[in-house]
Design a protein around this ligand. Sequence first.
Ligand SMILES: Cc1ncc(COP(=O)(O)O)c(C=O)c1O
Length: 587
Amino acid sequence: MNTKEFEAIWKENDALNQVPKPDWTKTWLEMRNAFPSPYRPPAKDPLAEEIEKAIALLDNLKPEYPGPAYLGPGPTDPEGPNYAETERAKLGDKLANVSDVVQKSVQLFEGLPNWNHPLTMPNVIPPANIAAIIAAMMTDVFSPNIIEGEYSWKVAAAELESAAMLARLLGWDPCTARGLYTFGGSGCYFYGLKYALTRVLGLQSRQTGIRTDAKILVSQQGHYCRENASDWTGLGMDNIVEIETDIDTNSMDPQDLEEKLKAFHDQGIPVVSVICTMGTTDANAFDPVAKVRELIDKYPNPAPYGKTFLYCDSVIGWSWLTFANYSFAKNPLGFSEEILSVIQRNYEAVKGMVYADAIGCDFHKVGWAPYNCSIFVYKDRVEFEYLMRRPGSQYLQERTSYNPGLYTLEVSRSGSYAMAGWATLKYFGYEGFQAILGGILEMQHYLRHKITEYDEIVCVNPDDYGLVTLFRVYPKETKAREQYQKELSDPQAKDELKRNNELQQKVADQLWNWFRTGYQLPGVGFAPYISYTSGFRPTEYNRAKTDPDAVIYALKSFPMNVNINPDSMQTLIKLVLAARDEVSKLR
Ligand SMILES: Cc1ncc(COP(=O)(O)O)c(C=O)c1O
């Protein structure tokens, strides 16, 4: 075909055009409808119509009030979907119809937990707020890529502005700090460790690889993503050194940290990073950052190693920073006295992050944004960007002044995370964060208080300041508080502890079963969606955790949405007791 013939084929509007079109052009033209129009649509945008239909279909999956805490159409198998069937998937022969694909996509949401439901409280999993959902969806329409300003233009400002807002909250200079959105709290941790390794072991370590058994120091309660980060960076998991934690507060023991820092200092072994966990996943324990900074300065690494890095894994705790402008004296939002002091204590703890070199924040936890949405914020942009810089690429030009692809782990970087996080900050403001965090604490406090009215249930983390309530239910007629104290402290009661640990697990499994099968307790309601922990702390006689059986199991309520109310908590307690009775019948 010559160019004239080719041009004739594309004279689409010429009725006299007799040139036969090859078959591929038919599908090609049809595929124009597979994409958003390049121009402003004259009437209703087909994309907007499909989105509206899709949202309506998703809405149909929600139960009518007061239905169960999962998306419809009906009860589901507690064993989960038959994932083995996925192996039968094959690519279709022809172009499908977009509405059919949307309909099939909606079907994949059937059975998913409904994160906004008043009975949903299994873990630190928030529903996403509407501003963040829409902002993130927009990036699917226009695909900004924050590898550089050229491909993301003003969308890159969402990343830069988020970093500036967070730097201000931290008490850092927004002109010298910066932040990078990345794939999760574990991504932030990974960034922190890579930065620390390069600072401490030197730039050449990026060429030669990690050849030194340098150490990272993290509390016993630190998240397991320390293993991911030390493994994937090549440092090796054997170089993780655990610091003991206080049995009551779960916070890093500064004395143990000092002993270990001193020992490494005396032996000339470099410490790459001390990691403070600012909000452990269940206990919400905060490590003492100011003290850690003081100790790092007291025991510097020997030459030629660089300065030990202080990273805060604050994915659970960062948003307490939004109480920075709260008047605890005037209490303008009217929190109850007990909650006000808890909030103040949480705020005072996270305020210490001013001493960190970098922190990680998850918006997909305490930021109520969709997955993934995390930002790694670092105090010294000049140092980070110098240490992590790579030569540019032949196919990318630095057209604007923002080119993070020169020093990020990722090459292509979705604008979705940045837009979702930024939109949340813009939408919530100080007061939105304060109301949601404080409000959840009020609900949690109500639950803990309600539990005290029942002899057979005991809250096992009454002194924790986080959003989680951990509790144990005991056989009928048991004085739960006394029994728990015995199990916690008396090695002779280990068999009872093990038996009652098993009971917590069975109650949790029964509740899971009821939740999944849409069971309704007559006169009460649907089963809540909660979870349990198989060892949130060791017993007092097993502080070193040498005995895997001498640990405390507990049922867990982790409320994360604003629809949770006192009724939810009362239903929770009644269903827990009913589940206890049910499993006791089978014993
Ligand atoms: C304290 C802490 N750090 C890190 C992580 C990992 O975060 P992500 O799941 O976003 O990768 C979690 C996850 O729960 C966490 O609780």
